[in-house]
Design a binder for this molecule. Structure first.
Ligand code: NAD
Ligand code: ZN
Length: 248
């Protein structure tokens, strides 16, 4: 792994524009379970089913009970880990401009990154399915499930469920950034959820180096990534940033 970390440090040191694409794997060390991979939610249920817009429309109470309530309890108290902090440090060093994240947990902003594209929306807010009014998730009373708006409508996360559209602005900007960067760091994503998984492909097609950091191989590993640094994102990001700081 040492030589791959040295290679990443070289590539980052010589890059002009650096972007990152992150997924649930960057937040597992903060105690938030991913969908796939070890300890993933799919071991208990199929996320494509329960986190699907059809399920939410059909039976919001069930989706709240199985998924949203637990997510709220975890996300309300989760803190950024070394991997989030590493990306925030890269921004402070002037090395990283934008984080495109599939995560809805707000941990990149909490770590200090200032340009975060929330590709799948945010869990920080709930919105009324009837009138659209938004409520801060941490302040929503969940003693009754599903929680409701003052208008009586049911609240839902202000996040993108499977089967829903990506917010236009997020998609448009992400494509721009992917086609414009010299290096894309792809951290903790299984790269199977589209169109997010297209961003490294766009980066590659436009001449960027794609550096993957993941505990496992992914569909990007052979075709798209220049190399995979395999292991925990916290340790790997900490080492990369420490070595880069020595260099610049
Ligand atoms: P995923 O759950 O499909 O895959 C997680 C990936 O992270 C796997 O490839 C796994 O090998 C890797 N991983 C796990 N722990 C790691 C670690 N410590 N270091 C490095 N890699 C690690 O995640 P995804 O690709 O983001 O797709 C899932 C979808 O579910 C996303 O669209 C996201 O919106 C949503 N989701 C978000 C959260 C969150 O906000 N934290 C959590 C679960 C799911
Ligand atoms: Zn309402």
């Amino acid at each position: 792994m040492d030589d791959l970390i040295a290679r990443a440090v070289e590539d980052l040191a010589s890059a002009g524009k650096v972007a990152a694409l992150t997924g649930a794997g960057i937040s597992t060390e903060s105690g938030i379970p991913p969908f796939r991979g070890k300890g993933g939610l799919w071991e208990r249920f199929d996320p494509m089913e329960i986190a699907h817009i059809d399920a939410l429309m059909r039976d919001p109470a069930k989706v709240w009970t199985i998924l949203v309530k637990e997510m709220k309890q975890i996300v309300d108290t989760a803190q950024p880990n070394d991997a989030h902090k590493g990306l925030a440090r890269l921004e402070k060093m002037g090395k990283l401009e934008t984080v495109i994240t599939q995560n809805i947990d707000g941990l990149h902003q909490a770590a200090g990154n200032t340009d975060v594209i929330e590709f799948h929306g945010t869990f920080a807010w709930q919105r009324c399915m009837d009138c659209g009014l938004k409520y801060e998730t941490s302040k929503v009373d969940i003693s009754e499930i599903p929680p409701r708006c003052s208008c009586g409508g049911i609240l839902r996360p202000d996040a993108v469920f499977f089967g829903e559209m990506i917010p236009q602005e997020a998609l448009w900007r992400s494509r721009q950034i992917a086609s414009d960067c010299d290096v894309m760091l792809v951290v903790g994503t299984s790269a199977v959820v589209q169109p997010a998984a297209l961003m490294p492909v766009i980066a590659k097609q436009n001449g960027a180096k794609v550096i993957e950091i993941n505990a496992e191989r992914t569909p990007l590993t052979d075709e798209i990534s220049d190399y995979l640094i395999m292991g925990g994102a916290g340790e790997i990001m900490t080492r990369i940033v420490a070595e880069l700081e020595q260099k610049v």
